[in-house]
Design a protein around this ligand. Structure first.
Ligand code: NAD
Length: 483
C-alpha cells in the first residue's frame, strides 16, 4: 500500500520538497509497512512558509468575512465528495479502522469548515454609546497562527485549528505530528482547490525542533498546540517569551462516574466509547471509571462480555471496529503501563496482551480493583487500558475524581436529575458529559482546565481565541484639556 504525497510540504499554494531535511517514515500501523517517506522542514522551508503566510494573510484579511466563509464552505463540500479517499488516507496514517474514519475524521473536519465558514461573516465588533461620544470595537485577526498537531486525529486537528483561524482572517502554518504527516497535506490541497489565496494555509513537516522554530519566530502571533502536557509546558513557555496568544489542547486522565441508579447498558457503552474508541488514543477518554459498589458486579460482567466482542483485524475491512496503536513506540509505552497495573496489584479482567498478528495491536484491557495511588490511575496511558475503581458515596467520589493535575473531561451516569447537574458542576474539567461520553460537536466548546490546557476549540468560543478586539473611541465634541 502506498500513500506517498506529491511532496512533503505545502507552501504558498503549492507542494514543495527539500530532500535535505531529515527523513520521516510514515508507517501503516496495522502491518508495520512504510507507506510514505517525507522530509522534515529545513530552515529554508520554514522561512518560505513564514514569508508566504505573512504575505497571504494580508490578502486574506482584506477580503470580507462572507467571501472567506464561502471558500471554507466550498472546501467542506470537496471533503464530503472525497470522504472515502480521505478516510483511506486517515486509516493509513493512523491505523484507525475504516468503520471509524469513514464517519468521524474527514467528517468532523468538514463540519468545522462548514460551521466556521458560516460564522465568518458574523465576526463583528460592537457599538458602545457614551453620551454624545461613542466607542466601536473591531474584531481583528491575530496575523500568522501556528498549529501543531498530535497523531490521533490528523485531519480533524488540521481543520479544527485551520477553520476558525481562517474564518477570522488569519493565515496558518500547520505542522502535523511526525507520526502522521499525510492527511494535513490533503486539507491544504483542498482549501486551495476551493479558492484559498496562496500562503494562507501552509503545511510543513517536522519533528519537535520544527515546531519550536515556528513558535519562536517573531512573525508568528499565535500558537495552537494539540499534544501532551510536557510538550504543552515547553510550547506555552516559548510562546510567552514572545507574548504570543496560545491555545493548548493537552492530555487528560478523565473520570467517569457510574452511580447505582444508572442504566447499566448505557454506562457500559459510555465506558467502551470512552476507553476503546480509536484504540484508546483519545485525549478526553474517561480512563478512571468509578463504579458505585452496588452495581460493581453487574457492571463488570456486562463490560467484560461486551469488550470481548470487539472485532480486531484489518482496519480496511469495515467489519473491524478495533485497530492498532499508532506506532511501535506507543504500543511499548502502553504495554509498560499494563505491566505496571499487574505489578501494583490491579485485577486484570480481560485483555492485557499484544495481539498475535502483524502491526501494533494490543487487546482492549480492563483492570478492576484499581486504587487511586496506582500508576494506571494517575498517568495518561493513551491506549486501550481502562481502570475501574469502586466508590461508596457522592462526596467521596467527587473528591477522588478531581484529585488529579488534569482537567480535560469528566462524565457522570445516573438517573437522578439533580445529582447529574450537581456532580457536573463539581467536576474540575472543561468538557463534561451526563449519561453519554466523548461527543465533540463543532457547535460546543471543547478544551481543558488545570494542566489539560488553555483556551477552547470549536463553537463561537474559538473565534475569541483567533481574534482580538480593538476599541476605537470617537470624540464628538470639543476637546477639554487642563491647560
Ligand atoms: P506530543 O506532545 O509528543 O507532540 C505533539 C506535537 O508537538 C507533535 O507535532 C510534536 O512534533 C510537537 N512538538 C514536540 N516538541 C515540541 C516543541 N518543543 N516545540 C514545538 N512542538 C513540539 O504529543 P503526541 O504524542 O503527538 O500526542 C498525544 C498527546 O496529545 C496526548 O497527551 C493526548 O492527550 C494529547 N491530545 C490532546 C487533545 C486535546 O484536544 N486536548 C487531542 C488529541 C491529543
Amino acid at each position: 500500500m502506498r500513500a506517498q504525497p506529491t511532496a512533503s510540504h505545502f507552501i504558498n499554494g503549492a507542494y514543495v520538497e527539500d530532500t535535505e531535511g531529515r527523513e520521516i517514515e510514515c508507517i501503516y500501523p496495522a502491518t508495520g509497512e512504510v507507506v510514505a517517506k517525507l522530509h522534515s522542514a529545513t530552515p529554508a522551508i520554514i522561512e518560505q512558509a513564514l514569508a508566504s503566510a505573512k504575505e497571504g494573510q494580508k490578502i486574506w484579511a482584506a477580503m470580507s468575512g462572507t467571501e472567506r466563509g464561502r471558500v471554507l464552505r466550498r472546501a467542506a463540500l470537496i471533503i464530503e465528495e472525497r470522504n472515502h479517499e480521505l478516510s483511506v488516507l486517515e486509516t493509513l496514517d493512523t491505523g484507525k479502522p475504516m468503520s471509524e474514519t469513514l464517519y468521524v475524521d474527514a467528517t468532523s473536519g468538514r463540519e468545522a469548515l462548514e460551521y466556521f465558514g458560516g460564522l465568518a461573516g458574523s465576526v463583528t465588533g460592537e457599538h458602545i454609546q457614551l453620551g454624545q461620544d461613542w466607542v466601536y470595537t473591531v474584531r481583528e485577526p491575530l496575523g500568522v497562527c501556528v498549529g501543531i498537531g498530535a497523531w490521533n486525529y490528523p485531519t480533524q486537528i488540521a481543520c479544527w485549528k485551520g477553520a476558525p483561524a481562517l474564518a477570522c482572517g488569519n493565515a496558518m502554518i500547520f505542522k502535523p505530528s511526525e507520526t502522521t504527516p499525510i492527511c494535513a497535506l490533503k486539507v491544504a490541497e483542498i482549501l486551495h482547490e476551493a479558492g484559498l489565496p496562496a500562503g494562507v494555509y501552509n503545511v510543513v513537516q517536522g519533528y519537535g525542533d520544527v515546531g519550536a522554530a515556528l513558535v519562536t519566530d517573531a512573525r508568528v502571533d499565535k500558537v495552537s498546540l494539540t499534544g501532551s502536557v510536557p510538550t504543552g509546558r515547553k510550547v506555552y513557555a516559548a510562546a510567552a517569551e514572545g507574548m504570543k496568544h496560545v491555545t493548548m489542547e493537552l492530555g487528560g486522565k478523565s473520570p467517569m462516574i457510574v452511580f447505582d441508579d444508572a442504566d447499566i447498558e448505557d454506562a457500559v457503552s459510555g465506558a467502551i466509547l470512552g476507553n476503546f474508541y480509536s484504540s484508546g488514543q483519545v485525549c478526553s477518554n474517561g480512563t478512571r471509571v468509578f463504579v458505585q459498589k452496588g452495581i460493581k458486579k453487574a457492571f463488570l460482567k456486562r463490560l467484560k462480555e461486551r469488550t470481548e466482542q470487539a472485532v480486531m483485524g484489518d482496519p480496511m475491512d469495515e467489519a473491524t471496529n478495533f485497530g492498532p496503536m499508532v506506532s511501535a513506540n506507543q504500543m511499548n509505552i502502553v504495554l509498560g503501563y499494563i505491566d505496571k497495573g499487574v505489578d501494583e496489584g490491579a485485577k486484570l479482567i480481560t485483555g492485557g496482551k499484544m495481539a498475535q498478528r502483524d502491526g501494533f495491536f494490543i487487546e482492549p484491557t480492563i483492570f478492576a480493583d484499581v486504587t487511586d495511588d496506582m500508576t494506571i490511575a494517575r498517568e495518561e496511558i493513551f491506549g486501550p487500558v481502562m481502570a475501574v475503581l469502586d466508590f461508596d458515596d457522592e462526596d467521596e467520589v467527587i473528591a477522588r475524581a478531581n484529585d488529579t493535575e488534569f482537567g480535560l473531561a469528566a462524565g457522570v451516569f445516573t438517573n437522578d436529575l439533580t445529582r447529574a447537574h450537581r456532580v457536573s458542576q463539581a467536576f474540575e474539567a472543561g468538557t463534561c458529559y451526563i449519561n453519554t461520553y466523548n461527543l465533540a460537536p463543532v457547535e460546543a466548546p471543547f478544551g481543558g482546565s488545570k494542566a489539560s490546557g488553555v483556551g477552547r476549540e470549536n463553537s463561537k468560543e474559538a473565534i475569541n481565541h483567533y481574534s482580538q478586539v480593538k476599541s476605537v473611541y470617537v470624540g464628538m465634541g470639543p476637546v477639554e484639556a487642563p491647560f
